[in-house]
Design a protein around this ligand. Sequence first.
Ligand code: SF4
Length: 325
Amino acid sequence: MNIQLLTQKIPVGISQCVMGDPVRYNAGHKHSRVCTQLLGHCFDYVPLCPEVAIGLGVPRDPIRLVKSDPAPDAEVRVIGVVDPDLDVTQPLRDYADSVAPELQRVRGYIFMQNSPSCGLKGVRRYLPNGHGHDSDGVGMFAARIREYFPHLPMEETGRLNNSEIRENFLTRVFAYDAWFRYVEEDPRPARIIEFYTAYKYLLLAHHQVKTRELGRFIADARSHDAETFAFEVRGRLMEILAHMATRKDRTNALMHVQGHLKEFLSREEKAELTQLIEDYRLGLKPVSAVLTLLRHYLPRSPHHFIHSQLLLATEPAEMGLCDFH
Ligand code: SF4
């Protein structure tokens, strides 16, 4: 299986205010140039504003998350700040239910942080008396979307200003998109094994232990029914990729690739490659330098396994999507 990661722009959901549309409660926006200009090169956005969609209007009085009491499992509702009788909990959930069918086609979602509707985590929560309680809330709309699509790559717009987080998000979106193009239509175990095999070294760069666990699970495919098996593998793949690739784990994965190529290299070439990987491990060289050299030697190997490795595919960083000036 030779997986192409970016064949055309990938549909990605996004909080509408992040696109620069003046839909916030104060008629302002939260335009992110990183999202619209940089990531816009590879994402085809589906902008949604749940608060406008449920008829709150622009401008509008703000809303917030309110816990019924301080107990950990107390109910959380979305209540008006000015008018505590305004409760939009159910309308926000209903709106998520209504757009879920359309969102089947998105392969990622970028949410606006700190919003009682769109925040993915860390949203401020209050008690009924108006006192602040904690910052452990999730926006009501975002939470419902996560229930529908538990493996969908999601990120908050502010975090995407960090190039490593951005690279990780892109890697997850590309993988999720590739899964739907190569596996979901035809989720036979043999195809899932091929998909995992192509991702193997990239997964190792993100989490060695969980990748080996996934390998053992996949080897036991016959113990599971096909649908459960595909769902579980997709979930584990996305969970592994959500771990940030560390320099140590990436070095290990690069050395695995080197191991496949060394029989085709001269002694001097081997020494140069070993030194380059060591320089990467020490932080002296970027991973792109190692990948470029590995790709240069790749045609010498006749083995499909190593040619299929997505670790060697063009990295988001190399596509210019991780450096923003
Ligand atoms: S955070 Fe969500 S609900 Fe608030 S303005 Fe942006 S898109 Fe609309």
